[in-house]
Design a protein around this ligand. Structure first.
Ligand SMILES: O=C(O)CCC(=O)C(=O)O
Ligand SMILES: [Fe+2]
Length: 210
């Protein structure tokens, strides 16, 4: 393991720049750049190599279909998560993920006990419109989403259709915090792109209630 990581360490030495992104019926906040550049670059390389990426499938109209991205689920033992009807027990924290968790908790002043890691191999990988509103996340969940690698566009669409779609580019080393009633009123997605793009990692830290 790289000796520059330990559980007590903080990955930033000065306060990163924070901007609020005003939306109706929710709260979005972006920190960019979040970490010192060399730390962010190293994390991208390390997480690419060390996380247990796998391509899950989900049932769509009675058929098992591979989801268009790789995923890995880590967290405290017992922070079980149901995804498309499958209960997932998290893998134990890696040193890197635990250090990132501690850093994000310090910046956002919110607790997290699990992370869903996504790996978008290229522009064909995506995540479809959804809300992170599973019952185990509780009312008004706080989700901290760290992006590393290629910039991809993140979109939010209000459920009542009366507001324009919010389009945000999430670059390397950006942290997006979704809180308040965001998951209640808004869907979000990462659409596919025809542009030639490299890989991107997104870590969504969550707090699962037992
Ligand atoms: O990749 C992203 O920025 C979003 C991922 C996401 O929405 C999720 O994992 O629930
Ligand atoms: Fe999500």
């Amino acid at each position: 393991m790289d000796s520059s990581f330990n559980h007590e360490a903080s990955l930033f030495d000065s306060q990163p720049v924070k901007s609020d992104i005003p939306i109706e019926d929710g709260s979005l906040c972006l920190w960019h750049p979040l970490l010192p550049p060399e730390q962010a670059d190293m994390l991208f390389t390390q997480l690419t190599k060390t996380l247990q990426w796998q391509q899950d499938s989900m049932a769509i109209a009675g058929k098992q279909v591979l989801i268009p991205r790789l995923q890995a689920w880590y967290g405290d033992a017992g922070s079980q998560y149901s995804y498309s009807g499958i209960a997932l027990e998290p893998l134990p924290w890696t040193a890197e993920l635990l250090t990132i968790k501690n850093t994000l908790e310090a910046i956002t002043q919110q607790p997290f006990n699990s992370v869903l890691a996504n790996y978008y191999r290229d522009g064909n990988d995506s995540v479809a419109w959804h809300q992170d509103n599973e019952p185990e996340l509780g009312h008004n969940p706080v989700i901290a989403s760290l992006s590393l690698g290629e910039t991809r566009q993140f979109q939010l669409r209000h459920l009542n259709g009366n507001y324009p779609t919010v389009k945000l580019n999430l670059p390397h080393n950006a942290l997006l915090l979704m809180s308040g009633s965001t998951q209640q009123y808004w869907l979000h997605q990462i659409p596919k792109t025809k542009k030639v793009v490299g890989p991107r990692i997104n870590l969504t830290f969550r707090f699962i209630k037992h």
